[in-house]
Design a protein around this ligand. Sequence first.
Ligand SMILES: *Cc1c(COP(=O)(O)O)cnc(C)c1O
Length: 387
Amino acid sequence: MEFDTKAIRIGHHRTNEGEHSEAIFTTSSYVFQNAAEAAARFAEGRGNIYSRFTNPTVRAFEERLAALEGGARCVASGSGMAAILSTGLALLKSGDHIIVSQSIFGASVALFDQYFQNLGIQVTFVPLTDIAAWEQAIQSNTKMFYLETPSNPLAEIGDIPALAALTRRIGAYLVVDNCFCTPALQQPLALGADIVIHSASKYLDGQGRVIGGAVVGHPEPMDAVYRFLRTAGTTLSPFHAWIFLKGLETLSLRMQAHSAAALTLATWLEQQPGVAKVFYPFLESHPQQTLAKAQQTAGGGIVSFIVEGGQERAWQVIDNCQIFSITANLGDTKSTITHPYTTTHARVSVEKKAAAGIVPGLIRLSVGLEDIKDLRADLYRGLTAKS
Ligand SMILES: *Cc1c(COP(=O)(O)O)cnc(C)c1O
């Protein structure tokens, strides 16, 4: 089956009711025919037992997303952060070392830097694009590399095959958060990653409604992640799984539309007076455009740009847009506009922000599915505002 057929058909096991759309199973437990069957299910850990770790709607979402990522198995979780936590605690122990890209989601930085270090897991942060820095950071106890590509908000590209060559050499896991591309645009497992992380709250839902996450990968690490989730209860709700199932059905159409609109806006922004720099993977001016095009089939929906005039000017642009919503969320049909310096990266020190290129004039867009003419007019209104 091709990608779009899988996105619509995989994972639906129709019941005797003959329902055409997937059912939502709202039950915490399941009835066994007799005591022997109950014993067998617990012994084998197979079949429906209890919805903390077995639910048919959640399983349908897991089967579908596994098929789209090209992974043997998917384990869904209650949020993207729960997916990262479950992966880390399932596969790492005190005394292990992990190497993490500096350019990852803020809460992920805090999870590794604070809580994992508290548990005795050593963490080294390195620049995403500097392969030599990843290699130099390797220790005898390095068990995992962790990254997002493209990065948020500056659209740096992590070279997945090059990093996979390093992790394979030392027998470590290569974990890629594929939130920004989704499998519709990039399939990290095929490029050499071992595990893919998702915040399903973003593009997999696609309409900004619910929180959820997922981990996809090869059987051996996924079995460990599943056993952790069964024990710790980082579970996805069947209601949310159903929303994500519906979201996956339109995923590739949406990602193509987000990407086309984002490329149009990024190209247009580069020509606007008062715009100093634009960050988008598929722009000719992007220093890693060739790598981006080798790994991704399109650029995705996130565009960032720096305006001349610093924070004051950036806030003016943001406040004068009338369609773009001022919110830090992304991956929605509704376009959003953010000032990373004072919101998503507010907790990061001024020095670290400077080192990471998060400057006061930076604005991040998540380009939604409104008409591109309206979005361009809205940004023009912001860019030409006098106060
Ligand atoms: C939002 C996000 C997360 C966290 O996901 P939640 O569903 O909000 O817990 C992780 N990684 C990336 C790249 C994100 O954008």
